[in-house]
Design a binder for this molecule. Structure first.
Ligand code: CDP
Length: 231
């Protein structure tokens, strides 16, 4: 049976999409897909192959994406913590703007939504949460629930800085802020599937809310729109 319980979560870098997705997946028994990790995985693989990331060879990048996706190796790369390094951050938007790469990833994301994998404990998923930049607009335009999660660049930079430090990297606030602003700009202005709030998406600003409040706002909307019975 085709899954119709799809929640689309979009928003800029470091807004808290991942935290909200995880909490909602745990609460509702949904499977979650972090689509940014797919673009990050491709980027990391290219960096590891010592590809010249300042002059990306399109044919090479597209062929590699196809291989990573066909062999499911993309999921292995997506588990590598290096996908969140500052170097991967620097180049991921250049990889993600390539239309052919997005087209390959689109198929993958749609099939996750219509047929979400079982939960880690083996139970069947009750639905899917897909998070990214173009989920509510391009990947799942008919999703019954859409959120656009945002926060001020300063709030997002402080959170990201903390993540780098926790992960053992050295970073300073000004560089992190500049890199977040540059990536947002690249994501917002690219020609194919730019980051955009869908007209029917609910906006949540996480600089004004803590994690619990954000979860409660989202939960209220989901309970109204999806008739999920939790035992
Ligand atoms: O974790 P963070 O919020 O910094 O970003 P992410 O969700 O991991 O996405 C990393 C990058 O992948 C974004 O800056 C975009 O360039 C790209 N991306 C995209 O183009 N489309 C998506 N659906 C998800 C991510």
């Amino acid at each position: 049976m085709v899954n119709k319980n799809i929640i689309a979560i979009d928003g800029p870098a470091g807004a808290g999409k991942g935290t909200l997705t995880k909490r909602l997946c745990d609460y509702y028994g949904f499977s979650g897909l972090d689509t940014g990790s797919l673009y990050r995985a491709i980027t990391l693989c290219m960096i590891e192959m010592e590809h010249d990331m300042d002059n990306i060879n399109l044919e090479f990048a597209i062929e590699l994406t196809r291989k990573l996706s066909d062999t499911h190796k993309i999921l292995e790369y997506a588990k590598n913590p290096q996908i969140r390094s500052q170097l991967t951050n620097k180049y991921v938007a250049s990889v993600a703007k390539i239309p052919e790469i997005r087209a390959i990833m689109r198929e993958y994301q749609i099939s996750f939504g219509t047929n979400p994998p079982d939960l880690p404990d083996g139970r069947p998923a009750r639905g899917a949460i897909i998070e990214g930049r173009d989920i509510g607009t391009v990947i799942c335009p008919n999703a019954p629930v859409k959120f656009f999660i945002t926060a001020s660049p300063e709030t997002r930079a402080s959170r990201r800085l903390k993540q780098y430090i926790d992960q053992g990297e050295t970073a300073n606030y000004q560089d992190v802020l500049a890199s977040i602003i540059a990536r947002d700009e690249a994501d917002r202005t690219r020609a194919t599937s730019p980051m955009k709030q869908a007209e029917d998406a609910i906006l949540i600003d996480t600089s004004l809310n803590d994690k619990e409040q954000t979860f409660q706002v989202a939960k209220k909307v989901i309970n109204e729109r999806l008739k999920i019975i939790l035992e």
